[in-house]
Design a protein around this ligand. Sequence first.
Ligand SMILES: C[S@@+](CC[C@H](N)C(=O)[O-])C[C@H]1O[C@@H](n2cnc3c(N)ncnc32)[C@H](O)[C@@H]1O
Length: 419
Amino acid sequence: MPTLSWANKNLPHPIPSSLELDSIIYPQGRGYLSRDAEQRPENHLVMGDNLAVMSALLLDYEGKIDLIYADPPFFTNRRFAARIGQGEDSRKPEHWKLAEGYLDAWDSIESYLNMLYPRLYLMHRLLSPNGTLYLHLDWHADAYARLLLDEIFGADRLLNEIIWVYHGPSPIRKAFNRKHDTILVYTKSKDYTFNADAVRTPYDETTVKTFASSSKAGFGKVPDLARGKVPEDWWYFPVVARLHSERTGYPTQKPEALLERVILASSNPGDLVADFFCGAGTTAVVAERLERRFIASDKSWRAVHTARARLAGFSTTPFSLQVEIQSKVDAISLQDSALVTLSEGVIHLDPSLLPDLLYWEVDPCWDGMLFHSAAQACRPRQKAPISSQLSIPFTKSDSRISVRLVSINDQLLTSHIRE
Ligand SMILES: C[S@@+](CC[C@H](N)C(=O)[O-])C[C@H]1O[C@@H](n2cnc3c(N)ncnc32)[C@H](O)[C@@H]1O
């Protein structure tokens, strides 16, 4: 079988690394009061470089993840900016600003492959015997990645090459507009999960009419018009555009509809779904909604904050935030205690904190060690400002209250009331 080779190609041993539990988030307080001190959530958001994160996870999760969706940088040699604030309207620049998103810049294709190869290898190890990997790329590197996956999974384990097509403006005038991505789907074994019935879509009207009018249509094969068809290997979903409600402002965010099809087809309720390049957390949000468990990680704090805020807003189950120890950043204590105050079961933030605030949360019964987030406020994408108040109905008169704030420039601030 042909394989891809390049200077310095090698598979490093999994690097020594470990994860530290940073906090447990109870979205909108659900489950906070009834929590069991010994029990840890089944869903995890992890901050760190995924080579270290996946190496650390091998101990507990080798052969246990049912589905991995991977959407790494595409080898575009670009810097992607995040959009923070509301509306992203160029006529109203005062409502939003650009901030650091993520970098997709490489010295050479070799350095890009040196990033991708060991990570794909670790994903293969983490997959369960009937697990599936979806690797999302585009024309920049998909041909190289296919050879790597043939080598790691076996060429006969390619299940599909999915083409995701979309529309959008393009500056290109001397070639056809490049408006598709490629998703390479590999299974760990011949015995894999594929729920065809969960992803059926209606036949188009012309097909329905043709079959209604002619018994000879389809060369004797009558499609199941009532149940619909199993989708082709080319998918149309619109990109997440400026005015879409699911938009977070994190760059290259993928549509929830796309992840929904991936997750429904290749996992079952209760299965473990992972995304180690999670960006805005799309995979985690959809997995949670479809009652799968998730592990989502990213090396950028902005991505992790975005995913956490999104999950805090929509999730119904608690999740942990873990940090790979080399990526740990210390929180800064707010010196001025008048900026965060408690009155009648409500935490109030001073208005001066709000313009730069992305997210904040409260642990009303802080044990001095682990932060249990019982109430969260996120900066809304449309119209309204971030809330300056959070109600905490569960505080006891002698309990310590901890408040954590995340600023637009990724700073972590803490303030403790009744220390
Ligand atoms: C294409 S974006 C993912 C977008 C995501 N699918 C979504 O819907 O928002 C790629 C992400 O990979 C992350 N990333 C790049 N290299 C990484 C690494 N070595 N470890 C962890 N994350 C990485 C970037 O920070 C970025 O958020």
